[in-house]
Design a binder for this molecule. Structure first.
Ligand SMILES: [Fe+2]
Length: 404
């Protein structure tokens, strides 16, 4: 009798193969706790992670420092030793910039690290919590699964509805020498607690609202049309696509529209929850060079590439791409391809309405730059392998050419 009580055991090889590929096993790992909703942040001072800590390090995006000051004062008044580092680097931290942050964190030696900001701030906070006092060097943990453990407690508080970093096991550093983004992926980077309070996004300017939200939309669409898409994640992805496409323009046109802000925060959280188990594909892969070499913001780079990559991928899975369109509110056309194309047009309309340019030329990138961009993309194998259609260097150049 085998461990499942069967008298005729199934051979291991058979047992691990599901007839329905989509129901293969998947690992869903999320933060220890997600505190979501309007005024969620009010619960922070009574969080057990804070109450059980003596020394607390805040890494805060400079524009939201004032918003956090009352909470910081409250923690000091109950005897906590608090150090605040303001994050004011443009975009992802370079290795050198992260060295500076890590030196400060090592000197303070906190019990708990709290990141407050967008993706770059949260990624940095996650790495500070992991690397402060860690015998591993951070240069040795770049890649998938190489970071073995996190040393400090970690709370991530998002102030944009975009990267989903607060709920993902991923952090990105920029290698200033190679101009390549370096991904560190490990369950150790999942926060003990993520706080998502839409009120923190109310002050975001329209441009940043649009770019960060388009990033979240990419997370959802790339997960749903992913080669490794999975029913356990599809539900998050489709709901995220629906929430974001319905509410982006409202939040863009009126930053104080709290209902729209809350919907985008939820959609972005769903997008973030897609990142660990399934992750992104060709859009994020092709955007790496735009960020690393041309310092174009992550969300903007993805937004420009999204329609072009979806048009390329469409033939690999017309049904999945049509379902994305339907989640965006598109009615079914005569066939899946036609429905999917309407969805791609709707993405372009959304981007246009938010002032996102449709071409790389508008960002100062020309045809001569495309081979180098394609070379960078080909090195992002951890995302390239997820694309539903094989994507070669020539294909990458071809996709870039459609938007030059
Ligand atoms: Fe992203």
């Amino acid at each position: 009798m085998d461990i499942l009580g069967r008298t005729t055991p199934i051979a291991i090889g058979e047992r691990t193969k599901s007839k329905d590929k989509k129901m293969n096993s998947i690992i869903l790992q999320q933060p220890g706790k997600i505190v979501f909703g309007i005024n969620a942040l009010e619960k922070l001072p009574e969080d057990e992670l804070i109450l059980s800590s003596e020394k607390i390090l805040f890494l805060i995006a400079e524009p939201v420092l004032n918003l956090l000051q009352p909470i910081i004062n409250q923690l000091i008044s109950i005897g906590k030793i608090v150090e605040v580092i303001t994050y004011n680097f443009p975009g992802e931290p370079t290795f050198k910039q992260f060295d500076t942050l890590l030196a400060q964190s090592v000197e303070f030696n906190p019990d708990c690290v709290i990141g407050v900001g967008g993706g770059s701030v949260l990624d940095s906070a996650k790495l500070l919590a992991a690397m402060t006092g860690n015998e591993q060097q951070y240069a040795d943990v770049v890649g998938v699964g190489l970071l073995k453990k996190r040393m400090k407690k970690l709370i991530c508080i998002s102030t944009t509805s975009g990267t989903g970093s607060e709920v993902s096991p991923i952090a990105i550093l920029l290698n200033e020498k190679t101009e390549a983004k370096s991904g560190i992926v490990s369950p150790a980077l999942l926060a003990d607690a993520a706080y998502i309070d839409p009120i923190l996004t109310v002050g975001l300017p329209p441009k940043i609202t649009a770019e960060t939200t388009m990033d979240a939309l990419c997370h959802c669409i790339e997960a749903y049309t992913n080669k490794f898409a999975h029913p356990a994640v599809d539900t998050y992805a489709l709901k995220g696509i629906e929430l974001i496409s319905k509410n982006l323009l409202n939040a863009f046109n009126d930053g104080n529209d709290l209902e729209a802000r809350a919907a985008l925060a939820l959609g972005s959280m769903y997008g973030g929850l897609c990142l660990g188990p399934v992750n992104t594909h060709g859009v994020h892969c092709l955007s790496y060079g735009l960020g690393g070499k041309f310092h174009i913001s992550h969300g903007l780079a993805n937004a420009i590439l999204l329609p072009a990559v979806l048009r390329f991928n469409l033939e690999a899975s017309p049904e999945r791409h049509a379902e994305v369109a339907v989640a965006m509110g598109i009615a079914n056309e005569k066939d899946n391809k036609a429905t999917a194309l309407k969805g791609i047009e709707k993405i372009e309309e959304l981007s246009f309405a938010c002032g996102i340019p449709s071409s790389l030329t508008a960002l100062g990138i020309g045809e001569n730059d495309l081979p180098a961009l394609a070379d960078i993309a080909m090195n992002v194998t951890r995302l390239l392998k997820n694309n539903p259609r094989e994507l070669t260097r020539e294909d990458a150049i071809g996709i870039y050419k459609t938007i030059v």
